[in-house]
Write a protein that binds this ligand. Structure first.
Ligand SMILES: [Zn+2]
Length: 140
């Protein structure tokens, strides 16, 4: 599946996690056809300022709401100050989310680098981590 990111979603990402000086993140979802058009900022757990850790209760609440609205959960975007590679901890986080949501085989786990305001896309499954291409809004 080729995913594409909407311009509105890109703006929301830049206006939330793109404005933070510490690592933060948000949930990505789709109303259909691989278009990434839903985004909810997650300020993360307060005690974690070095590396982003999602607030799991908050996340499960959003996922419940999305599922009632027919919105498919796609994954989590989080920021790095610099360096676009996923850390071992990021991959563990993704796999923990897969454990909690057994109906999905993989999640998108993009990294937003604050220094250049760019997104590097990854797909994480139980046995694989792959860099993927996602169609970005024109001119971005
Ligand atoms: Zn990370």
């Amino acid at each position: 599946m080729l995913y594409s990111l909407t311009e509105a979603t890109m703006s929301e990402i830049k206006n939330t996690i793109g404005m933070k000086t510490v690592e933060s993140g948000g949930l990505l979802g789709s109303a259909g056809r691989g278009i990434i058009d839903k985004y909810v900022f997650d300020p993360g757990k307060l005690e974690s300022t070095i590396e982003f850790a999602p607030n799991v209760d908050y996340m499960q609440r959003i996922l419940m709401r999305w599922s009632n609205q027919g919105i498919r959960f796609l994954g989590i975007i989080h920021s790095h100050i610099m360096g676009s590679a996923l850390s071992d901890r990021d991959i563990l986080m993704a796999r923990r989310i897969l454990e909690c949501n057994e109906h999905i085989d993989y999640i998108l786990m993009p990294v937003f680098t604050t220094i250049d305001q760019r997104i590097t896309w990854y797909k994480v499954g139980n046995n694989c981590v792959n860099a993927i291409e996602v169609e970005m809004p024109k001119g971005k």
